[in-house]
Design a protein around this ligand. Structure first.
Ligand code: PLP
Length: 237
């Protein structure tokens, strides 16, 4: 529990905010231009709510079951709850009324189901399209060359609103290589923005995690998803 003591979370939260501010400044932006989303998998709601009390205003879960079991305990009055993991089409209906945004849309089928389930509940769900920037087999996300086609196919779905892109680059320790993936992702983001596709807005570029959020911001991320650097090492039991 030590790594997750409240004072550690408070310390980490301040440190991460300072580093975000520094990277934002270095990339010609302000702290407010970057959203910190806390990846809360395996973290107890008490700890999550403590971080929210410090000012954290975006959290993300990556498993449907875990989100559902913790849902009633989150203090979401001033905090957006998002879904950041791989989402199976048949589970969409379980979370669509609970989340503000789904970051991991990578197929027409999934987008269609989110739209359909949202309309049933008279809501529009914001989504990001996940791009498989490392072209890794068995990894979620649409291939970069298929992105525009996917966006065009889902742009007229009335129950969703596309707000941007998300990516998880391949795991590697080489900061230069990672930065290159982030840079490629930013170029794709800018390219798509400039095409001004109907009903598609490109305001959010979600990339960068505990090990590399600083580099991601330098390359143009507008949202970083940070877990272990905030809450401590995860304990999978
Ligand atoms: C867990 C997770 C993160 C954060 O990972 P850390 O390395 O702990 O910061 C970010 N994005 C997704 C989709 C995750 O599942």
């Amino acid at each position: 529990m030590t790594a997750r003591s409240l004072s550690d979370v408070e310390y980490n939260y301040k440190l991460i905010n300072d580093r975000i501010a520094e990277a934002a400044l270095k990339s010609g932006r302000k702290r407010e231009d970057i959203t910190l989303l806390a990846a809360t998998k395996t973290v107890e709601p008490e700890i999550i709510n403590y971080a929210i009390s410090l000012g954290l205003d975006h959290i993300g879960e990556n498993k449907v079951q875990e989100l559902l079991s913790k849902y009633d305990s989150y203090d979401l009055n001033n905090c957006s709850l998002q879904f950041i993991g791989h989402l199976q089409t048949n589970k969409v209906r379980q979370i669509v009324d609970k989340v503000d945004l789904i970051q991991s849309v990578d197929s027409v089928k999934l987008a269609n189901e989110i739209s359909k389930q949202s309309l049933k509940r008279s809501k529009t769900t914001e989504v990001l399209v996940e791009v498989n920037i490392g072209r890794e087999e068995n990894k979620s996300g649409v291939m970069p060359e298929e992105l525009e086609n996917l966006l065009c196919q889902i742009s007229n779905f009335e129950g969703i609103k596309v707000k941007g892109l998300m990516a998880i680059p391949p795991i590697c320790d080489n900061k230069q290589k990672i930065s290159q993936f982030f840079n490629n992702m930013h170029n794709i983001f800018i390219d798509i923005s400039q095409k001004k596709l109907d009903n598609i807005s490109m305001t959010t570029l979600s990339m960068g995690m505990s090990a590399d959020y600083y580099e991601a911001i330098l390359e143009g991320a507008t949202m970083v998803r940070v877990g272990s650097a905030l809450f401590g090492k995860r304990n999978y039991t």
